[in-house]
Design a protein around this ligand. Structure first.
Ligand SMILES: *Cc1c(COP(=O)(O)O)cnc(C)c1O
Length: 244
């Protein structure tokens, strides 16, 4: 079966699951945007996704995003993984949203770059709610001081929050983590009323747990594996796998 047909079938199945989760949650399908995370596939597959109408594509590594965005500038690119400060300048002009602002230092680097270019960056704050030390992100304990931190930035607009469920969880067991992110968002949003930071978005849910995420209010789901099952070997990237 060719790449396009496999993708079309996978997409159809995922779309059914998104629709049914939305129904179960009493939410409109239009409230949830699928971001296809293309880190495990080559440019040809990413291009086929665009042709199938998936316009939001995500990458977890800045260098790989630069490479794919150069080939596919028509996509709406999302950075979903860690951004090193020395890669901010090159990444900012390429993306519609950075999901993974995981420290005050990065926030300040984005502010500086935005000020230089006189361009506002839309971002999400990444929270590590599982306490796994392998993960980047703000901790729940950072919540109280965030409004003061965000009052200092003019060229970064926080559009919401992002998290990854603990490793090895599924749709049901991941739900408490997603619920915590929503509750955190609700509290912060109130404290940020009247500022440019609106916190509309919740980026949560991947291939193994996106239905649970939709039930807890996800507006952006980041899906890779489920889209690409059954494809012939299309793995890509010029960098060694071990860097993932
Ligand atoms: C790879 C990745 C995804 C997609 O994960 P799948 O399990 O393949 O769907 C989502 N979010 C982030 C941050 C990722 O790195």
């Amino acid at each position: 079966m060719d790449i396009r047909e496999t993708l079309r079938r996978n997409l159809e199945k995922i779309e059914e699951q998104i629709t049914s989760a939305c129904e179960q949650a009493g939410r409109d399908r239009g409230e949830v945007t699928l971001v296809a995370v293309t880190k495990s596939v080559n440019i040809e597959v990413a291009a086929a996704l665009l042709e199938l109408g998936v316009s939001n594509l995500g990458e977890s590594r800045p260098q790989e995003l630069w490479r794919k965005a150069a080939a596919l500038p028509q996509a709406r690119w999302h950075l979903v993984g860690h951004l090193q400060r020395n890669k901010v300048a090159r990444t900012l002009p390429l993306v519609v949203l950075i999901h993974s602002v995981d420290s005050e230092r990065l926030l300040r680097a984005l502010e500086e770059e935005g000020r230089e270019r006189n361009r506002v960056a839309d971002v999400l704050l990444e929270f590590n709610l599982s306490g796994e030390s392998s993960k980047h992100g703000f901790a729940a304990a950072d919540e109280p001081r965030l409004p003061d931190v965000l009052a200092e930035v003019q060229y970064v607009r926080v559009r919401g929050l992002m998290t990854l469920a603990p490793l090895g969880t599924d749709h049901e067991t991941a739900r408490p983590t997603f619920a915590r992110l929503r509750e955190l968002r609700d509290r912060l949003a109130i404290r940020l009323l009247g500022t440019p930071h609106t916190l509309h978005h919740l980026s949560m849910g991947m291939s193994g747990d996106f239905r649970g995420a939709i039930l807890e209010g996800a507006t952006l789901i980041r899906i890779g594996t489920a889209l690409f099952t059954g494809l012939p070997d299309v793995s890509t990237t010029e960098l060694p796998k071990s860097l993932d």
